[in-house]
Write a protein that binds this ligand. Structure first.
Ligand code: ATP
Length: 569
């Protein structure tokens, strides 16, 4: 397909904020897409491979500036100047290409295959001397691009497509295009997306109108799956109301989610963000081979850190560094040991388990995991309908330094990627939120040179929209030894600065953090309409995707819960 057609689609999608209109535009387009062009579905999400692939485009704004400069024959300084005044590199590319095109003739016709071909070479290039090769690949595309094509090429390269299309819009558009928006079809398409994380594959099956084939789209060992997420209950009583009686109750371990895949001797570990972290946890590979029965399986678990001397469980922050660590693995393994707590099984010996009831899956977990404390165990669980027993179990969990409990419906299937009401978390009353940093202010005195206060944002109602909700300065340390320091956070945020004005900077929403706070107030000072009082930094949440930070609705709900609590005590 000509890339021009796709760029035009992006334009019309950007021209409306209404989801229904976007769905309509997209469904018309999808009807025209031939099977051989099915990989366009990745480009629609600003990607080049399925979501689970680790191969990402990853081009910095600096490199994009160089490419624009080279392709349009414009001085680099001028490109930067335009960027400062327009604020969107894509628009800069569009403008400069337009100016150039008035004097020269367009050289080639750009196709989506060519765009994918070049962009897919980018993640393959690593190490020294690759910058020029990357530059050449992007410049080649830009030289053949019309202004509007240049706009979307650059936005795709820097990972900021801004067409306001979410996965659910693409799902609805597929259903509209091929099944007249049949509700059952939407459901089946969603299930297939959740199981495969591959829009192109699902598109192909939807287009052939073989909905029943979608049912056969199954989990594959080695291919990451989105995890099932939990809803919240205020207390055990509400928990029982939500999941029914009796139910399974487990410890809510304070660690990080680990999806374990095994086929033969090969073990692959994924985080909930679908990142492969196998290399970082060699001991887990060993535990699986030794203590879990089965030739092939996918297990869902929480990895929890503990103190190597006292054996006391530690909070998530302690072990979070192991997730990113690429060197000194053995030393880390020794210093920060983890215990794997297996709580679910999604696949076992060639058979998907996700449509089986939870009770059966939980039983299977206990049959196959030979628990070895401080290495790998099946999660602590009771099945009960008795509130007193449940309260006692909850207390034990807190005494054992865990976060609370999970309450699970015995007959619930496993729904990848969904936040479901059949799995409930109950934690002690506390106010905490996951938010993203979207701005900062440089400090003065001993903090000069470092950012010292940070603007926090939640998700707005529109896709891709982030709304400011407060400023945070506490919880961050002066000295690096004491925890997250101003220096470390500043270094993390610096490459994400999008604009600067005096001491204030705007920051691309990328760094997700957990904060606690004392109160939510209405406020005209922030564009969310809300302000957090006394937000305090708790931890970085590299495991948490932007799509899962608190939304405006969550804030409104927390505000009304807060009022309710005051009234009653
Ligand atoms: P929180 O910030 O409260 O941990 P979250 O947003 O990380 O919540 P939720 O889905 O709300 O994730 O809560 C469930 C999380 O709790 C899971 O993602 C998992 O990492 C963790 N967890 C710990 N123990 C269990 C368990 N026994 N069963 C399921 N999840 C568990």
């Amino acid at each position: 397909m000509r890339y021009k057609r796709l760029a035009e689609l992006y334009e019309s999608l950007s021209a409306t904020t209404k989801r229904l209109e976007k769905t309509e535009i997209l469904s018309k387009f999808l009807r025209e897409v031939d099977n051989e062009d099915k990989e366009i579905l990745y480009l629609l999400q600003g990607d080049i491979y399925p979501e689970y692939s680790e191969k990402k485009i990853g081009i910095s704004s600096q490199l994009a500036i160089q490419a624009i400069s080279k392709a349009t024959g414009t001085e680099k300084e001028k490109v930067v100047k335009e960027w400062k005044s327009i604020g969107d590199l894509g628009k800069v590319a569009e403008k400069l290409t337009k100016e150039k095109k008035q004097s020269t003739l367009q050289s080639h016709v750009l196709t989506t295959e060519k765009v994918l071909e070049n962009l897919r070479k980018l993640p393959e290039l690593i190490g020294k001397g690759t910058v020029n090769k990357k530059l050449a690949l992007i410049t080649e595309l830009l030289t053949s691009a019309s202004p509007v094509e240049a706009l979307y090429l650059i936005r795709t390269c820097i990972g900021d497509l801004r067409i306001g299309v979410q996965e659910s819009t693409i799902r609805d558009a597929m259903a509209r295009a091929f099944f007249e928006e049949d509700k059952e079809a939407i459901d089946k398409i969603q299930r297939a997306i959740d199981r495969t994380n591959d829009l192109s594959l699902v598109f192909e099956m939807t287009k052939t109108k073989k909905l029943d084939k979608l049912k056969e789209v199954h989990l594959e060992v080695g291919k990451p799956i989105k995890v099932m997420l939990a809803q919240k209950a205020k207390n055990i009583k509400e928990g029982f109301e939500m999941v029914g009686k009796p139910c399974g109750i487990e410890y809510k371990y304070d660690g990080f989610r680990l999806l374990i895949h095994k086929k033969g001797k090969e073990v692959i570990l994924f985080t909930r963000r679908l990142e492969n972290v196998t290399k970082q946890f060699p001991e887990v590979v060993e535990y699986l081979n030794k203590y879990v029965k089965g030739n092939s399986f996918i297990l869902d678990s929480e990895a929890v850190g503990y103190d190597k001397k006292t054996k006391e469980y530690q909070s998530f922050q302690h072990i979070s560094q192991r997730i990113r660590r690429k060197y000194d693995i053995e030393k880390m393994q020794e210093e920060l040991p983890i215990e794997i707590n297996v709580f679910d099984v999604l696949y076992f010996n060639g058979k998907s388990q996700i449509d089986e009831p939870f009770e059966k899956r939980a039983k299977l977990v206990r049959e196959i995991v030979k628990s070895q404390p401080y290495k790998i165990i099946s999660s602590k669980m009771i099945i009960t309908d008795d509130e007193t027993k449940a309260e006692k179990f909850y207390k034990n969990a807190l005494n054992d330094q865990q976060e609370g409990i999970m309450m699970k419906s015995l007959n619930a299937i496993y729904q990848p990627g969904r936040r479901v009401g059949q799995m409930i978390k109950v934690k002690p009353e506390e106010r905490d939120l996951d938010l993203v940093i979207t701005g900062a202010e440089y400090g003065t005195g001993k903090r000069s040179g470092w950012m010292s206060s940070f603007i926090l944002s939640c998700k707005g109602n529109k896709p891709g929209e982030f709304l400011e909700i407060g400023k945070m300065g506490t919880g961050i340390k002066e000295k690096e030894e004491e925890g997250m320091s101003f220096k470390e956070l500043t270094e993390k945020l610096k490459p994400l600065i999008t604009s600067e004005k005096g001491k204030t900077v705007k920051i691309k929403p990328k760094v997700v953090i957990s904060v606690t706070y004392q109160e939510i107030q209405r406020s005209p000072n922030y564009n969310s309409g809300w302000a957090l009082r006394f937000p305090r930094f708790v931890s970085l949440r590299p495991d948490k995707p932007l799509s899962e930070i608190a939304s405006l609705k969550d804030i409104e709900k927390d505000f009304s819960d807060q009022k309710r609590n005051w009234r009653y005590g």
